[in-house]
Design a protein around this ligand. Structure first.
Ligand code: MRU
Length: 361
């Protein structure tokens, strides 16, 4: 049984407040668009696909809050709500993708919309579609990615890429979950993921819930477990993948990739098409979020650094494509040269969607 981090029931948006895990599993209601913005910003809901799904439903929350008096007013409000939500976090391209999909659905329905209720119906269908598709994408990624995990493997992972991060089974962790469900013996080595401890608080918790063997390690222990031969494969998620395969993910991912390269351990990135940004040629153009220094110096209570210390706070880094063995997608595993394999996958998606695919970028 996997957790449901996002619920849309009877027109109300509810999420698990992930900042409280693992101590407390609490659902909170997001009744205003500002609630949605802040929930994304403070990481009550986080993980690239989950942010996209939340924002999609957040558009409906915002529209109902604004209570427009005409259809034209509703379309104008919709544009403002999308721009507002899009500014909550910069790195995960899934956010902008979901909001563009919502606007495209509204635009497509424009001729046939007689009332605000019709527009809301079109938007709700699109948000449901995004959410349900995400579920299928996770499952397909897991089925392909399970193949790269040998029986008896140690699997290194970073940050959190499971149900909490996606609303489905996950991306990198879906590979683990499917491999485990297929009967493979494995052990996850979860980087704790400083400074906000998504690995310790969320991945370790999810793996325990799922009954999958997991060992928590400090980020700076990864080199040792690799040298000790405990790791056979590393699989991480991504927040944005450029056209050449450079992949942004939680700060520390790049370091893990360098370590895997040094130790000859394959390093995979797992992500759905909604995480690719083909408008960006390389990782140099991926916008990186910088967060509040307090998250480093006193993120969980007591201050662990001097007051007024200078702190450098990128929340993401970019792993260069040459350190990535393969990118696990819903279509299968893409291999280098990534510029070609990513382009081919995008073209396939366009064809299968009949030319209507909202390919990021
Ligand atoms: O800051 P976060 O917790 O939103 O960062 C999340 C990650 O970096 C995940 O690895 C990424 O979004 C992939 S989630 C399937």
């Amino acid at each position: 049984m996997i957790v449901e981090p996002i619920r849309w029931q009877e027109g109300r948006l509810t999420i698990i407040d992930q900042t409280l895990l693992p101590g407390e599993l609490r659902y909170i209601k997001l009744d205003t668009v500002a609630d949605v913005w802040h929930a994304i910003k403070r990481l009550s809901v986080r993980g690239a696909p989950a942010i996209g799904c939340t924002a999609a439903y957040g558009v409906l929350v915002g529209l109902r809050e604004r209570a427009p008096e005409s259809v034209d007013e509703a379309y104008a409000a919709l544009a403002e709500i999308c721009d507002y939500l899009d500014a909550s976090r910069p790195t995960a391209v899934n956010l902008g993708w979901a909001l563009r999909s919502m606007r495209a659905a509204a635009d497509a329905s424009r001729g046939g919309v007689d009332s605000i209720a019709d527009l809301e119906q079109a938007l709700e269908s699109e948000a449901d579609r995004i959410f349900e598709e995400n579920f299928e994408l996770c499952r397909a990624i897991g089925d392909h990615g399970a193949d790269v995990i040998p029986d008896g493997a140690g699997v290194l992972t970073h940050c959190n890429t499971g149900p909490l991060a996606t609303g489905g089974e996950g991306t990198a962790l879906s590979c683990v979950i499917r491999a485990h469900a297929a009967g493979k013996q494995l052990r996850v080595y979860a980087d704790e993921t400083r400074p906000l401890l998504q690995g310790a608080r969320l991945t370790a918790w999810e793996m325990q819930q799922a009954g999958i063997p997991v060992t928590l390690i400090c980020d700076n222990t990864a080199a040792v477990v690799l040298r000790e031969g405990k790791i056979n494969v590393a699989i991480v998620g991504a927040d944005r993948i450029a056209a050449n395969g450079d992949a942004a993910n939680k700060i520390g991912t790049y370091g893990a990739a360098v370590l895997c390269h040094h130790h000859g351990v394959p390093f995979y990135v797992a992500a759905p098409y909604t995480t690719f940004d083909l408008s960006i040629a390389s990782g140099a153009d991926i916008p990186i979020e910088y967060r509040d220094p307090d998250e480093v110096t006193c993120g969980f209570g007591p201050r662990t650094a001097p007051a007024d210390i200078d702190v450098y706070t990128p929340a993401f880094d970019v792993t260069p494509a040459e350190l990535i063995t393969g990118i696990i997608t819903e279509y299968g595993i893409l291999y280098p040269p990534f510029t070609e394999s990513i382009r081919e996958a995008a073209e396939r998606r366009e064809r299968e969607a009949g030319g209507t695919a909202a390919v990021p970028g």
